[in-house]
Design a protein around this ligand. Structure first.
Ligand code: F6R
Length: 606
């Protein structure tokens, strides 16, 4: 949570910092600020609210002569989202400015020590201890590396930090532990940021910092040190993304752009992973591992729902048992993991704190950890035994859409891969599956505008609702959970996802004419079961939106038809329909679709 940007180079720094912050705003947006050195003075400008408010404040001043600066967009953890708690924070002489992403767990103890040393605090944040600790050490040694390392020795928690010193106007110092930070390499200019899109218009060449490393970033040189003050050689990675992928491309919101990108996302997630001559899934990363007795999936939120969908599929196709856990539970439950188990860790960002903790625990217990991850070079990607990238491109909207779609494709490929490795006898069935997967992008591309139109009609009709049930069975149960999550997170309408057969065990008590249910009932083996569940709801006057296929006789108040390929591929149409319903509802109700209240994209705190 929180976004950091730093720039040093030959251009005016402030516009670059603000532009970078806008691209990072998905990481947090309750307050923001910048610090820059101009005319031998350190300036800090900050405000509560969004970057647009900061921009108004900044451009009413003369700011265009700075060539170095750092910026921050905040998602509050310690201290309310008000101006005094916004970053950057400065030391008491006003000569050092610092931005921080993460949580300093022992800040209270450190603050008490600093208070008894005569330091005064102007904010309620944990961050302020960092700038005072660095300042105290810097005064003694005038060595920024030594000062930062001494500070980090005292600190417990997760952090990514950017610092500038007034008497070093050509250097940004940056370091990380358990929070992402990446250095961007330009010509005569360099960058540091929480995420690559912040500086993508200027460079695609990056260095990923590892935990405990400290970087000195000048305009012509970047040096990275380890905690023993030794210089470390770092690989330069070229990011395959294009800046257009990180822009809205004519759409009103990133969320709708990202939903409409899903046909391409499905195609890209399969690229190079299917050999259509042999009709085989090719995942060479997994070939060297003996087939597992059990699979464990660990993830949070939407990625967890993808994992849950993957469980149904992997068990159905490969008959290998799969357990799925929410990462925040998994990490504390003392999980039973054997050395020959495979653990799939699913994360769009690759930086989710709970997911990373689950990954580390599984690795410690000797399992093969396979990251299913979107962000290249992220912590999940680097720390997993091996990684399968989902190749969805940057996802900017806080509500995850195309990332889940790409995770589902990868999980489907994993399920077929395992089934084919175990037993190749159902050849025809898998041939058909692979052919239909190839067809999905084209059909989805054609159908998405119709699905969107129907989503809009129904969203307007049901915008009266204060609560919704999302119901499904089998493969569509995880998608019902995801439909409910999407609706609640961006429209703020309360929604619960249930396995439809579970309604009669309690939830049905809530049904009346004002409590609609969104039932996912496409053609599949459980259709007659779900028809019975719909009738139970209708018998209690509950309105029912029924997502189904042409010529399928299901009772409903409002019928919504989507194309049918087979029940597995229909999942991609169901996913898109529930996403579009949530999107159209939130947009109709005038909500902030891309940046819903209280949320942030990358949850790097526990
Ligand atoms: C919901 C959403 C979150 C994330 C969750 C995990 O729309 O985006 O529920 O799915 O925070 O994030 P990643 O996948 O980055 O680990």
């Amino acid at each position: 949570m929180c976004g950091i940007i730093g720039y040093v180079g030959h251009r005016p720094a402030v516009p670059i910092l603000l532009e970078g912050l806008k691209r990072l705003e998905y990481r947090g947006y309750d307050s923001a600020g910048i610090a820059f050195i101009q005319n031998k003075e350190l300036h800090i400008i900050k405000t509560e609210g969004k970057i647009s408010k900061l921009e108004e404040k900044v451009f009413s001043q003369d700011v265009l002569h700075a060539e170095i600066g750092i910026g921050h967009t905040r998602w509050a953890t310690h201290g309310e989202p008000i101006t005094k708690n916004a970053h950057p924070h400065k030391d008491r002489d006003g000569k050092i400015a610092l931005v921080h992403n993460g949580i300093i767990e022992n800040y209270k103890k450190l603050k008490d020590e600093l208070l008894s040393d005569g330091y005064e605090f102007v904010s309620d944040t944990d961050t302020e201890v960092l700038v005072h600790l660095i300042s105290r050490e810097y005064k003694k040694t005038k060595d920024p590396l030594a000062a930062i390392l001494r500070c980090l020795e005292a600190v417990e928690g997760a952090y990514a930090i950017g610092v500038i010193f007034l008497d070093r106007p050509n250097e940004i110092w940056a370091c990380r532990h358990s929070s992402p930070l990446v250095v961007g390499l330009g010509v005569g200019e360099n960058f540091v940021a929480s995420d690559v899109p912040a500086f993508l218009p200027y460079t695609k060449d990056v260095i990923f910092l590892e935990d405990g490393e400290v970087a000195k970033i000048g305009k012509d040189v970047v040096e990275v040190y380890n905690s023993n003050k030794e210089k470390v050689d770092k690989d330069v990675v070229s990011i395959p993304w294009d800046i257009t992928l990180a822009q809205k491309g004519g759409y009103k919101h990133f969320m709708i752009k990202e939903i409409m990108e899903q046909p391409r996302v499905i195609h890209d997630a399969t690229a190079g992973r299917i050999d259509f001559n042999k009709m085989k899934v090719v995942l060479p990363q997994l070939d060297e591992y003996p087939l597992p007795d059990k699979i464990q999936i660990v993830a949070c939120g939407t990625s967890y729902h993808a994992g849950f969908w993957g469980k149904y599929l992997i068990e159905r196709l490969s008959r290998i048992p799969v357990e799925v856990d929410i990462a925040s539970e998994f990490r504390y439950k003392d999980p039973i993991i054997h050395k020959n188990d495979w653990v799939f860790v699913i994360s769009q960002s690759g930086e989710t704190a709970d997911t990373l903790a689950g990954l580390r625990l599984a690795k410690k217990r000797g399992a093969k950890v396979i990251g299913v991850c979107n962000v290249v070079g992220s912590s999940v990607a680097r720390e997993s035994t091996t990684v399968l990238y989902t190749q969805a491109g940057p996802e900017i909207s806080v509500a995850s859409t195309k990332a889940m779609c790409s995770q589902m494709v990868v999980l489907l490929l994993i399920a077929i891969y395992l089934a084919q490795r175990k037993d190749f006898s159902q050849r025809e069935f898998f041939d058909q599956l692979l052919f239909s997967l190839k067809e999905v992008p084209q059909i989805l591309r054609k159908e998405l505008p119709n699905i969107r139109d129907r989503a809009k009609e129904l969203a307007i009709k049901y915008s009266f609702a204060r609560s919704f049930f999302f119901l499904g069975r089998g493969l569509f149960y995880p998608l019902a959970l995801e439909g409910a999550l999407k609706l609640k997170e961006i429209s703020y309408i309360h929604a619960e996802g249930y396995a439809a057969g579970e309604m009669k065990h309690g939830p049905i008590a809530l049904i009346d004419q004002n409590f609609p249910s969104f039932v996912i009932a496409p053609k599949d083996d459980l259709l007659q079961k779900i028809v019975a569940n719909i009738k139970e709801i209708q018998a209690r006057q509950g309105p029912v939106i029924c997502l189904t296929n042409k010529d399928i006789p299901v009772p409903s108040t409002d019928r919504w038809e989507i194309p049918y390929l087979n029940s597995i591929m229909t999942s991609f149409f169901v996913l898109s329909a529930t996403q579009l319903f949530a999107y159209e509802m939130a947009d109709y109700l005038g909500k902030d679709v891309d940046q819903p209240r209280n949320l942030a994209k990358s949850v790097t705190v526990e």
